[in-house]
Design a protein around this ligand. Sequence first.
Ligand code: MSS
Length: 366
Amino acid sequence: VSSAKPLPPYAKWKDADSMIVHSANTIETRRNAFGSSGITPLDRLYIRNNIAPPSEDIMKDPDAWKLEVSGVKSPRSFTVAELKSLGLASVTIVLQCSGNGRGFSEHKPSGTQWTVGAAGCVIFTGVPVKAVLEATGGMADGMVYMTSTGGEEIPPGLDPKSIMVERSVPVSGIEDAILAWEANGEPLPLAHGGPLRVIVPGYAGVNNVKYVKHVAFTKEQSPANIQQSSYRFSPIGVKGTPEFDSIWEMDPKSWVTLPSDPGVPVKAGRVQISGVAMGGMSEAKKVEVSVNGGKDWQEATLTGPDLGKYAWRGFVLAADLKPGKYELASRVTNADGTSQPEMRKENNRGYMNNSWRDHMVTIDVA
Ligand code: MSS
C-alpha cells in the first residue's frame, strides 16, 4: 500500500509504504510497520512539526550549530562541536506525540487524527543536560523549569508567541535529559531535530524540542501559546489555559502491531500476536493479551532487549485461532504497578489516549 499523499521533500528518505502522510508536517507509522526488534528504524519513524521545519541548510555544518544557554550562573553559547567535548550519553526513549491515539476519540478533537503510529522507540545520543549545567556553573537561583526554544524562523508580521515552539519542563524531569545529535547511530536528520535536539526521557513528544537554539532555566513557564494553551488537559469544550495540567510525563501504553494488515485474513492455526509496550515513567513489567475484546487475558512474553525504563518492549503471545473474527487487545503494567486503563482520560484535544479498548485491532482468521 503506498500513501495517498506524497512524502514532503525533507522526509523523502522515509519508507513511503510504511507511512501514512496526513500532511507535510504530520506523518504517521503504519500499525504493521514498527518492526519487532524494539527499535524503530528512522526511515519509518513518525514526524510531527507544529510549523514548517527550518531549511535543510542548517544541516550543512551541524557541528557549527549554536546553542545559547541562560538562566545559569555563567550564561554562554556553545557550538555542537563544543558540546561534544562536555560529555556523552545514550538514552533509549519512546518518542510519542501527545496526540497519538486522538483518532479514537468520539468527540473528534481538532488536530491530526493519529491512530497508533505517532510513536517510536529511538536511541538518542548526545551530551547530558547535567554536564552542560556543570560547564555553566549550575542553575541560577530559584529556577524551576528548563525552557527550550526551537530553531524555526518566525515569519515576519506574526506574534512569535503565537507560533514559536518553546516548551518548559519542570527541572525534576531533566535528570536523564540530553541534548542529542545522533539517533539510532546516525547523525540526527533535520526531520527529527538535527543538528541538535532536547530529549526529556519519559515526557511526551512536544517536550523534545527540535533544532534547539536556546535552553533557558527559568522561574516561569514559557509565554508561548504552545506552553500556555496548547498541550493542556482541559475538559471537552474548554480551551487550554495554565490552570490545567501541562502534557509532560507519559503513561503506560501498549498496542498489538501484528497481525494487523488491513484486509488481509490471518491463516487459522497458531498465530503469534505481537506488539509494543511502554511503561511511561517506569519500565514495562507485564503485558497481557486478549483475543476476545478484553473478556479474558493471558500473560504475554516480553521480547527484545531491555533498553531501560524509557524504552518500549516487544511482547508476544502464541494463540491457536480457529476461523472467525477476533478483537486483539493488550494491556501493560509498569514497574510502579500502574496498568493501562480500559477507558481514555477524556480531554478537549484528545491528548495521551492510552485506553486499551480504543487500541484494539480486529482481525479475520480464515
Ligand atoms: N520541536 C520543534 N522545534 N518544532 C516542532 O514543531 N514538534 C514537537 C516535538 N518537537 C516540534 C518540536 C512535537 S508535538 C512532537 S510530537 C515531536 O517533536 C515529534 O518529533 P519527530 O522527531 O517524531 O518529528 Mo506532539 O506531542
